[in-house]
Design a protein around this ligand. Sequence first.
Ligand SMILES: NC(=O)c1ccc[n+]([C@@H]2O[C@H](COP(=O)([O-])OP(=O)(O)OC[C@H]3O[C@@H](n4cnc5c(N)ncnc54)[C@H](O)[C@@H]3O)[C@@H](O)[C@H]2O)c1
Ligand SMILES: N[C@@H](CCC=O)C(=O)O
Length: 544
Amino acid sequence: MDATTHPPVPVNEPNLTYAPGSPERAALLAEVHALESARTELPACIGGRQVEGHGHKHPVVQPHDRHHVLGVFRNATVDDASAAVAAAQAAAPGWRDLSYDDRAAILLRAADLLAGPWRQRLNAATMLGQSKTAFQAEIDAACELIDFWRFNVHFGRQILAEQPIANSPGIWNRTDHRPLEGFVYAITPFNFTAIAGNLPTAPALMGNTVIWKPSPTQQLAASLTMELLEEAGLPPGVINMLPGDGIDVSKVALPHPDLAGIHFTGSTPTFQHLWRTVGENIASYRSYPRIVGETGGKDFVVAHPSADPDVVRVALLRGAFEYQGQKCSAASRAYVARSVWQAMGEQLVVDVDELSMGDPTDLSHFLGAVIDARAFARLKDVIDRAHGAPHLQVVAGGTYDDSDGWFIRPTVVLADDPTDEMFRTEYFGPVLVVHVFDDGEFDAVVEQLESFAPYALTGAVIARDRQAVARATRELRFAAGNFYVNDKPTGAVVGQQPFGGGRASGTNDKAGAADNLRRWTSPRSLKETLVPPTDHGYPHMRPE
Ligand SMILES: NC(=O)c1ccc[n+]([C@@H]2O[C@H](COP(=O)([O-])OP(=O)(O)OC[C@H]3O[C@@H](n4cnc5c(N)ncnc54)[C@H](O)[C@@H]3O)[C@@H](O)[C@H]2O)c1
Ligand SMILES: N[C@@H](CCC=O)C(=O)O
């Protein structure tokens, strides 16, 4: 209940450009060379100790150079998970008793370390391990994670400052924003180093201790993030990191009586599995676990006849193909008015086919490889089906090659039928399906796309006609948790466009916002009576 101080006002971390000749470019490439030539051990971190773990060994490779091993971890076992839960339980009293400011100072220091000496190390790890270009790594591993840590400190403090607005005479009311009773289980995806860093630290800031299970394919950057947090002063046992597939960790964590919450980002099926398992164990918990999950999307762009064709073209190029379409927010279905398509479709196809793809540490490329063999196989099947289906027309890309890395050419598919499965299934890769509609059909198209896919994560309308913008904004109100006007549907910025979606896309608890941090607190109402009554009677009982 300490909310009297004023931490620094957060400001979004500016993106560095990595232009030729810039000092950041030289520093980044030096880190890339250092990391790619070191074969790193990636241990678990339990109770502040580096633990090799007991499970089978698993290599972390470069997706664009799949035979190049960056590091090795051991899959966490049931014993590792039990030790991590015990460490989290042991650290909990000391951590929750530390003042909010003391906890916040650790994250502010982590943010400053990342903005300074750690920046290029984490960017380089994200480029090598997750196949991000310099710009995509910078907006993720550096800027977004710095923003999460700085803005969360601000939002957490706002929550502590929320106090009752009324006190009857002689009464003092207060709210004690307690952490949850038990540990939080944070499970993170491969695609954003920032999300991986945010999911364990947000509950920790609010006084909880955490078991963190990163994605196997993001383990290099995850291990460095853990190291950075320790350098910032995170005490042992507050966050316990367990590498691997999470199967054994879940065997221990999910039915545990002290499971107080799950902080998840990843696919919809994984989230539904976690939720179902909690449901099956519901009678065994000390408290009802908080379940927070941000999951998949089938994100749309709808272009009205009044749209600027160049705006549509660039929004699709960037929105669909940056980071190989592996953003949950990526445009994967587009609905374009015929007159607009006639003005920009041909150029879009030329531009897509010219996008340069390769090893992202060669900074001339626009995109790298998809994350692993599983993603490659899934996307290959999607492209093969599109080639074989008479009602689909592959107009750009449509090829793949995994001889060196898992490369999928950015692909555009035209579909007359907007009820094809391509408009509702998340493929999570550089595949965009486009439906071209007659200019007079805008309203009908908006109505059809509103609920054709089960997701509701991001979407965009592109139009110069204000009536069309207003109509789409109103009619698509529940179709996206992040809605963009005359922009691509990716690239939400912490503190500016709080991120998350509804329907099958998650619980919409908005990462990097007060909404999210509130889920990691359990408020206690305190009433103090200053001069308590000493007589049980009421005035109406007195004799007349
Ligand atoms: N909405 C968002 O904010 C957001 C952000 C990023 C990614 N995503 C979504 O994430 C997905 C891509 O990420 P992914 O491929 O890493 O997702 P995924 O569901 O395959 O994996 C996510 C995490 O869950 C772990 N996991 C899987 N089964 C588990 C189990 N039984 N117990 C414990 N952990 C388990 C994985 O190892 C990984 O760490 C896409 O669907 C994308 O849309 C959503
Ligand atoms: N917040 C990111 C997407 C995160 C999911 O992968 C964006 O807005 O593009």
